[in-house]
Ligand binder design. Structure first.
Ligand code: ADP
Ligand code: MG
Ligand code: MG
Length: 251
């Protein structure tokens, strides 16, 4: 069973005016099989946490540690993080013109596993995963993210998550811009992956809507670059009723 441990993480972002501190001491432990919802107002640093874990060059770690099963994640390159089992679905996914979804996924799978998946199994797995997400078979031949609708991007993220079988999945605003049907299908995908017990999920969201479909084990409220409050699913319900005002007036 895998564990991601974040201890007293401090991160600055590079701006034109110089480094700006954003994360101010984040502590979080995520075990395989758990879903942790990170909630919080806009600008509280949720995406900064995701990018920092992914190794984005714009974000400088100024303090603290991140380990995956004891291995130092912050020492790893972006590729090494993926191979170690970290998966980040981006809030704004990039286009990869000329590379089909099918080739992209197979290349990523090969890079992560260190060997190409057996073609027969791979084709079968991919077909099953796409059917689960109600994706048309023709989708696999399209260029990655090129002309994808919001819903297609999100389904593609979950397709990656299902096929690449990460240890830790970080989903940043996976719910934004989805209609109710797409939200349900995407949520079912996350729940399927969680049910394997082999993936720990960090579900970053501004809104409580997705938490009607994905039941988090833990809810962490992010305010001003740190966790201001933690609880179980009941905390999400409270936020749905009360919003973030309670936290902001104290800030
Ligand atoms: P959230 O995802 O919770 O909305 P972000 O992590 O995107 O928050 O942003 C946190 C804070 O960091 C905001 O005040 C934002 O303006 C600032 N920030 C993030 N990235 C950059 C950047 N590249 N340049 C300048 N400021 C940034
Ligand atoms: Mg934001
Ligand atoms: Mg964000």
């Amino acid at each position: 069973m895998s564990t991601l441990e974040i201890r007293d993480l401090h991160v600055s972002v590079e701006t034109k005016e110089g480094p700006k501190p954003i994360l101010r001491g984040v502590d979080l432990t995520i075990n395989a099989g758990e879903v942790h919802a990170i909630m919080g107002p806009n600008g509280s640093g949720k995406s900064t946490l995701a990018y920092s874990l992914a190794g984005h060059p714009k974000y400088t770690i100024t303090g603290g540690t991140v380990t995956l099963d004891g291995a130092d994640v912050l020492e790893m390159s972006v590729d090494e993080r993926a191979r170690a089992g970290m998966f980040l679905a981006m809030q704004y996914p990039v286009e990869v013109p000329g590379v089909s979804v099918s080739n992209f996924l197979r290349t990523a799978k090969t890079a992560i596993d260190g060997e190409a998946p057996a073609l027969r199994h791979w084709v079968k797995d991919m077909k099953a995963a796409m059917e689960n997400l109600r994706m048309d078979a023709s989708f696999s031949e399209r260029s990655v993210n090129e002309g994808f609708s919001g819903g297609e991007k999100k389904r593609h993220e979950i397709l990656q998550m299902e096929l690449l079988k990460p240890k830790i999945a970080i989903l940043d605003e996976t719910d934004s811009g989805l209609d109710v049907d797409a939200l349900r299908i995407v949520s079912e995908g996350v729940n399927r992956v969680t049910a394997t017990g082999e993936v720990g999920t960090l579900l970053i969201t501004h809104y409580t809507r997705i938490l009607r479909y994905i039941k988090p084990d833990f809810v962490h409220v992010f305010v001003d670059g740190r966790i201001a409050e933690e609880g179980g699913p009941e905390l999400a319900e409270r936020l749905e009723n009360e919003g973030y005002d309670r936290f902001l007036t104290h800030a």
